[in-house]
Design a binder for this molecule. Structure first.
Ligand SMILES: C[S@@+](CC[C@H](N)C(=O)[O-])C[C@H]1O[C@@H](n2cnc3c(N)ncnc32)[C@H](O)[C@@H]1O
Ligand SMILES: [Zn+2]
Length: 567
């Protein structure tokens, strides 16, 4: 049997760990939250499902806690990252030996391409470029950050303009043929990709300088010679996680894709490919440390199977690359618990943004038609998004055993996206039990809210009823109007807490809205037609409370504070 009380507290924050740094992916959920939920809702040997697995955190934490993992994602890149995150044990001695071989064969050749004409004053070796600022806004005045190959002078930066001779060296190198294969396909149209096209980038290879394409093609070619599949895949993970930094999407002031977007700045930089690759292998957040961690924590508990029936025997891990709308590979009522983080409307374009990696790893784009997303280039409106999400949560409902739990983590400010999620879970037949805010990472609660952004993730716990119920709970009718919902919730909150910041009251109202919305009929009075996308925001909550009798409002350290005095 499963527990009857869902988790109702914020899970205490723990440190980052190397196993989730092996490759960039978006919206990775804090591992300690995932682990806590898995332990709470399941026992050892139970089956945990994540149909939108992304980077694979749910699967990896399930395995670490000796639960069987069923992962799925429509995007082959997510499947690749999940596989490499979870797979263990991988022979790390062999891995290091293969890395040393690659180093012996091509490191010097690559480093030679970034050599400068200046020597280190301490050892007399030629300096090399760590990176060169080469974007068009520099108008040919390229700036180099240089290093000594023996590491001298780490404390001070050698930063200067490249000399004409050094620039001529680069152009000479770039006049040669690129030695091995590299992706040169034409970029499709797309919401994010249009930004590249506007910057004049129409083909994949134009995202790299020719010098970096040469170095990358050599690396990719060498990795292809590795015989052991697990070691090769892990090396490819490091290679793929090198690509963004080695591309023109990076400038000195901007981490590549930091805004979940393809921005190519006028002052893009060209990074030294070997340095970045080596760093991706050996750094404390590199694949070597990450894989050592899962080797230690998962050990030989990882037993992959292709068919679900394998999980009823020895198997502990199943990973598929299907649309979550149709998980025909999984039998009904077979899953003990589902923890998932579904796509959030159109905020992150996973399909498009993974293209850069997928082109090198020779993964196609056919899956995009099934991707659950809002994107007009794919002819997918918010309504289509909602319909696909409905199908997917219908599948989760089918797969879960009756009386078992689904936890959904979601972070979005758009009420339209929220209502799509809530409609999907309600239509499937789930009972919504509670909503739990999780502590933000980094910034304090008040600081991040002060910027009007929703930094706290909410986790919604749903239950699949033992018997499908046809009747839903009724609401207090007065809360079906947004204004009274906000005022009622603020009074209730302030009765408990004496005083509260505006963001706290906004969050409380939002949680109440979710609750009331979920419990209304499908096309109930809280549906968003006519109210615009943002059904209410912090400024609206502020206005409502200022107009309502009994509230006191003042400012303290740039925060708006409320208390409730009398009616
Ligand atoms: C919010 S992310 C999940 C991130 C994940 N929790 C993590 O920790 O990395 C949502 C994922 O849903 C996937 N996705 C989108 N449409 C899908 C579909 N139709 N079926 C399965 N997965 C889909 C995306 O590829 C993306 O990886
Ligand atoms: Zn030196």
């Amino acid at each position: 049997m499963t527990v009857d009380v869902p988790v109702d507290y914020a899970v205490p924050q723990q440190r980052d760990c190397a196993r989730y740094k092996m490759h960039k992916y978006w919206a990775g959920k804090p591992w300690y939250v995932v682990a806590e939920y898995i332990r709470h809702f399941t026992r050892e040997g139970d089956i945990v499902l994540d149909p939108f697995c992304g980077g694979g955190v749910v699967g990896c934490e399930a395995l670490i806690n000796r639960r069987k993992a069923v992962l799925n994602d429509v995007n082959p890149m997510a499947v690749f990252i999940s596989k490499n995150t979870c797979r263990s044990p991988v022979d790390m001695e062999l891995f290091l030996a293969e890395f040393k071989k690659i180093e012996a064969r091509i490191k010097d050749k690559i480093m030679e391409m970034y050599r400068l004409r200046e020597k280190c004053p301490i050892c007399g070796e030629y300096l090399y470029a760590k990176h060169v600022v080469r974007g068009p806004s520099k108008k040919g005045a390229w700036i180099v950050e240089a290093r000594c190959p023996k590491g001298h002078g780490r404390g001070f930066n050698i930063r200067r303009l490249l000399t004409e001779e050094e620039k001529a060296d680069i152009l000479r190198i770039e006049a040669a043929e690129i030695p091995f294969w590299y992706p040169d396909g034409e970029l499709p149209d797309g919401r994010e990709i249009m930004r590249l096209k506007k910057a004049g980038i129409t083909h994949m290879h134009q995202l790299f300088t020719r010098r970096n394409l040469m170095a990358l093609s050599m690396l990719y070619h060498e990795i292809g010679h590795i015989g052991d599949e697990a070691v090769r895949d892990l090396m490819l993970t490091a290679f793929s996680n090198t690509l963004l930094h080695a591309s023109k999407l990076k400038s000195e002031g901007l981490r590549p894709m930091s805004a979940n977007s393809y921005y190519c700045m006028g002052d893009w930089i060209e990074e030294n490919v070997w340095e970045r690759f080596e760093n991706r292998i050996l750094w404390r957040w590199g694949v070597f440390e990450g894989k050592k961690e899962t080797n230690r924590l998962i050990g030989d508990y990882f037993k992959p199977v292709r068919e679900f029936s394998g999980l009823e025997k020895e198997g502990t891990f199943m990973l598929s690359n299907l649309p979550a709308q149709h998980l025909s590979n999984l039998p009904s009522e077979s899953v003990d618990y589902c923890f998932t983080d579904p796509p959030y409307g159109g905020s992150i374009q996973y399909g498009e943004l993974t293209l850069l990696w997928r082109s090198w790893l020779k993964m196609g784009s056919d899956f995009i038609k099934d991707e659950i997303i809002v994107n007009r280039y794919q002819n997918k409106s918010e309504q289509d998004f909602g319909n696909m999400l409905k199908e997917a949560f219908g599948e989760v409902y089918r797969l879960l055993k009756p009386g078992h739990w689904l936890s959904v983590t979601f972070n979005n400010r758009d009420f339209g996206v929220w209502s799509a999620l809530l409609n999907a879970c309600r239509t499937a037949g789930f009972e919504q039990v509670n909503i739990v805010p999780q502590k933000p990472l980094g910034n304090s609660f008040v600081q991040s809210w002060a910027k009007y952004s929703l930094k706290r993730d909410l986790i919604l716990n749903f239950k699949k009823p033992v018997k499908a119920s046809s009747r839903r709970q009724k609401n207090t009718p007065c809360l079906l109007e947004i204004k009274s919902l906000i005022i009622f919730t603020a009074k209730e909150y302030l009765a408990k807490h004496r005083r509260a910041t505006l963001p706290e009251l906004f969050e409380a109202a939002m949680m109440r809205w979710i609750d009331v919305y979920y419990k209304q009929p499908d096309d109930g009075p809280l549906c968003l037609s006519g109210q615009g996308k943002q059904c209410f925001d912090m400024a609206y909550v502020d206005r409502c409370l200022q107009q309502a009798p009994g509230f006191q409002r003042w400012e303290e350290d740039k925060n708006i504070i409320y208390s409730f005095v009398v009616e």
